[in-house]
Design a binder for this molecule. Sequence first.
Ligand code: DX5
Ligand code: ZN
Length: 234
Amino acid sequence: MNRSPTNILAGELEAPLVAPSILSADFARLGAESQAVLDAGADLLHLDVMDGHFVPNLTMGPAVCSSLRNHLPEVFLDVHLMVTDPGQMIEPFANAGADNLTFHIEADGDPQDLIKRIRDHGMSAGVSVRPGTDASALHSILGDVDLVLLMTVEPGFSGQMFMENMMPKGRAIRELLRSDQRLEVDGGVNERTSPLCRKAGCDVLVAASAIFGSSDYASVIAGLRGTGRVATRS
Ligand code: DX5
Ligand code: ZN
């Protein structure tokens, strides 16, 4: 890959980043819908990759990532792997232009090795925890990842109810992260639940149904970020 994308997940942030999950987009109009959420102020795109084994749903693979990369050369593509064997997906997603690859701590493979291989392929590395997995499962690798993805629904489907009881876990993880590491939250995030996430220290807010289910993307995105309506890109 010849791109050298700016890693918008790195460094200090002035405001939380909003990451629409394209899982709730109209797949027949994916390019246009992705462009529309970016024009409405989204910071990056979140791609939910499910293998029908780690979770009971089957979604998208590297081909979709590659098409988005060709259509939107500058966008930051954040790939959330809900697959049993994430190691197998590193090279295909690097070749497809992914910028960040997040694997689940509950999946197969040695986490340290996965992180190293993701970085060796030019991407940043994230790790995610299912709701039922204790934060302690991450302790040995927390210093080595760019991002932790806190699940606030059981992974697999969009449109589920936000688990507010995950907020103490989020706060506990945030306290162990450096300020240049991101705490991303995913599942049931909407304008009502996003203040709880921000208060817990989450600084990347993923939302599928709240954004794509709305007729006013800009208003929802600004509401999630907590900044009111922002100027849209020209
Ligand atoms: C769930 C996925 C989420 C999901 C979020 O397994 O990881 O990204 O699409 O959907 P909403 O925002 O509708 O809960
Ligand atoms: Zn996700």
